[in-house]
Ligand binder design. Structure first.
Ligand code: NDP
Length: 445
C-alpha cells in the first residue's frame, strides 16, 4: 500500500487492541489502492479516512435477572458504521466472544456487502457478550427485553434496522420485536428475520445459505464446474450451514460433514438434514447427537479437523478465522477446487493467499453471503408496502441478486486488473457506490 498506508496506520493507532477490525480494514484497503490512484478527488475529500471510522458507536449496560433471581450484567453494542446509501443494516450477534473489535470488523464488511446487493442499505452491526446457550427461554426473553429497552432509542425503520446473526435467531428477534413494539407503540419493520405471521419474509430463513450456493453456482459455471456430483464440506450447523447444505443437495452435490463449536460429524453417505434440524433447531442440542441416530457417521472432537476431510467444495459457515494457512493448504492438497464463505471472514489472510495462489474458485464472504441481508432488504420493502411476496417470488429475486453480485464483482476485478480475484472485485464494486454517495453528500463542516 502506498497512498492508503497512512489510513491503515491511523486505524491501528486509533483502535488499539482490535485485531479483527484491523484485519478487515487492511484487506479492503489493499484492494482499493488502485481506486485511490484513479480517484485523487476522493483522496482529497478524505473518503478513505472517513469510511474506516464508524459514524456512531453505542455501548450500553444490559442488566437482567436469571431464573434464580441473580442479577447479571452484559454489554450491548451497536456500531452504526455508514449510512451513505441507506439506513444502517446488519445483524445482532449474541456470543461470549463479542467485543468492539469483532463488531467493527463485521460492521465495516457490512458496508460493502450491502452495497453489492444493489439495494439501498447502509452498514452496521451490533450484539452483546451474552451467551444464549444453556439459558432458559425466560432468561433469553429477559435479556432480549433489557437489550432492546436501550437499543430502541437508537434504531428505527428509516434509521437502523438490525437482524439476526450468531446466537440471534427467530426466538430472540421475536422477544426483541415485542419489546420494541411495546416501548414505541408502533408496528414497523424495525427488525428483519421476523416470524412469517408478524411481518417476516418468506425465504429469509434460508436466504444466506441458499444465496451462498447461488453465488458459488455462478462462479463454478464460469470455470466449467458445478455442484452436481460434487462432495462438499460445510462447517457450522446453524442457520447458514443448514440451508447451504440443503441447497447443495438440491443442486446435486453431497454434503458429508457439518460441525458446531465442539466438533464435527462425518457421514460418507451424505448428511441427513432432517436429523440435523431436529437436533439443532428443535432440541438445541450438540451436533455429536447425530451419530447416535446414524451409526455409520463419526464424530470428532475439535473443529479444525473438518478441513482434513477430502472434498471438492468447502463452504465455511461457522465463524471468523476458522480456516488458517495449514487448513487451507490441506484443502488444496486434498483436491478442493472451490471455497465459498458462508460465515464472515472465516479464512485468515494467509489462508486467502493460499486460495488465490492456487487459483481456487474463491467466493469471499462479502459477496458470497450477501443473500441474507439482501433478503432482509426485501423484507423491509414488503413491510413498507404492507404486502407479502410468495416464496417463489422472493427466491427468484434472491437468485437474481446473487448472480448480479457475482457478475459485478467479477467485472470490477477484470476492469481494475485483478482478473478472477473476487476478493478485490467485491471490495472495489462495493466501495465505488458508497464512495460516490459520500462524495456527493459533502463533508460536514
Ligand atoms: P448460528 O448461531 O445459527 O450458527 C453458528 C454456527 O457456528 C453454530 O453451529 C455454532 O456452533 C458455530 N460456531 C459459532 N461460533 C463458533 C466458534 N467460535 N467456533 C466454531 N464454531 C462456532 O449463526 P449463523 O449461521 O447465523 O452465522 C454463521 C456465520 O454466518 C457467522 O459468521 C455470521 O456472521 C455469518 N452470517 C450470517 C448471516 C445470517 O443470515 N444468519 C448472514 C451473513 C453472514 P454452536 O452451536 O456450538 O454455537
Amino acid at each position: 500500500m502506498k497512498i492508503l498506508q497512512n489510513v491503515m496506520e491511523q486505524v491501528i493507532s486509533r483502535n488499539p487492541g482490535e485485531p479483527e477490525f484491523h484485519q478487515a480494514v487492511r484487506e479492503v484497503l489493499e484492494s482499493l489502492e488502485v481506486v485511490a490512484e484513479k480517484h485523487p478527488e476522493w483522496v482529497a475529500a478524505g473518503i478513505f479516512d472517513r469510511i474506516v471510522e464508524p459514524e456512531r458507536q453505542i455501548i450500553f449496560r444490559v442488566p437482567w435477572v436469571d431464573d434464580k433471581g441473580k442479577v447479571h450484567v452484559n454489554r450491548g453494542i451497536r456500531i452504526q458504521f455508514n449510512s451513505a446509501i441507506g439506513p444502517y443494516k446488519g445483524g445482532l450477534r449474541l456470543h461470549p466472544s463479542v467485543n468492539t473489535s469483532i463488531l467493527k470488523f463485521l460492521g465495516f464488511e457490512q458496508i460493502f456487502k450491502n452495497s453489492l446487493t444493489s439495494l439501498p442499505i447502509g452498514g452496521g452491526k451490533g450484539g452483546s457478550d451474552f451467551d444464549p446457550k444453556g439459558k432458559s427461554d425466560n432468561e433469553v426473553m429477559r435479556f432480549c427485553q433489557s437489550f432492546m429497552t436501550e437499543l430502541s432509542k437508537h434504531i428505527g425503520a428509516d434509521t437502523d434496522v438490525p437482524a439476526g446473526d450468531i446466537g440471534t435467531g427467530a426466538r430472540e428477534i421475536g422477544y426483541m420485536y415485542g419489546q420494541y413494539k411495546r416501548l414505541r407503540n408502533e408496528y414497523t419493520g424495525v427488525l428483519t428475520g421476523k416470524g412469517l405471521t408478524w411481518g417476516g419474509s418468506l425465504v429469509r430463513t434460508e436466504a444466506t445459505g441458499y444465496g451462498l450456493c447461488y453465488f458459488m453456482d455462478e462462479a463454478l459455471k464460469a470455470r466449467g464446474k458445478s455442484f452436481k456430483g460434487s462432495t462438499v464440506v460445510v462447517s457450522g450447523s446453524g442457520n447458514v450451514a443448514i440451508y447451504a447444505a440443503q441447497k447443495v443437495h438440491e443442486l446435486g452435490g453431497k454434503v458429508v460433514a457439518l460441525s458446531d463449536s465442539n466438533g464435527y460429524i462425518y457421514d460418507p453417505d451424505g448428511i441427513k438434514l432432517d436429523t440435523v434440524k431436529q437436533i439443532k433447531e428443535v432440541e438445541r442440542k450438540r451436533i455429536s447427537e447425530y451419530v447416535n441416530i446414524h451409526t455409520n457417521a463419526t464424530y470428532t472432537e475439535g473443529c479444525s479437523g473438518i478441513w482434513s476431510i477430502k472434498c471438492d467444495i468447502a463452504l465455511p459457515s461457522a465463524t471468523q478465522n476458522e480456516i488458517d494457512e495449514a487448513s487451507a493448504k490441506l484443502l488444496v492438497a486434498n483436491g478442493c477446487y472451490a471455497v465459498g464463505e458462508g460465515a464472515n471472514m472465516p479464512s485468515t489472510p494467509e489462508a486467502v493467499e493460499v486460495f488465490l495462489k492456487n487459483k481456487i474458485i474463491y467466493g469471499p464472504a462479502k459477496a458470497a453471503n450477501a443473500g441474507g441481508v439482501a433478503t432482509s432488504a426485501l423484507e423491509m420493502c414488503q413491510n413498507s408496502m404492507r404486502y407479502s411476496w410468495s416464496f417463489e417470488e422472493v427466491d427468484a429475486k434472491l437468485k437474481e441478486i446473487m448472480v448480479n453480485i457475482y457478475r459485478n464483482a467479477s467485472s470490477a476485478a477484470k476492469e481494475y486488473g485483478f482478473e478472477d480475484n473476487l476478493v478485490a472485485g467485491a471490495n472495489i464494486a462495493g466501495f465505488l457506490k458508497v464512495a460516490n454517495a459520500m462524495y456527493s453528500h459533502g463533508i460536514a463542516y
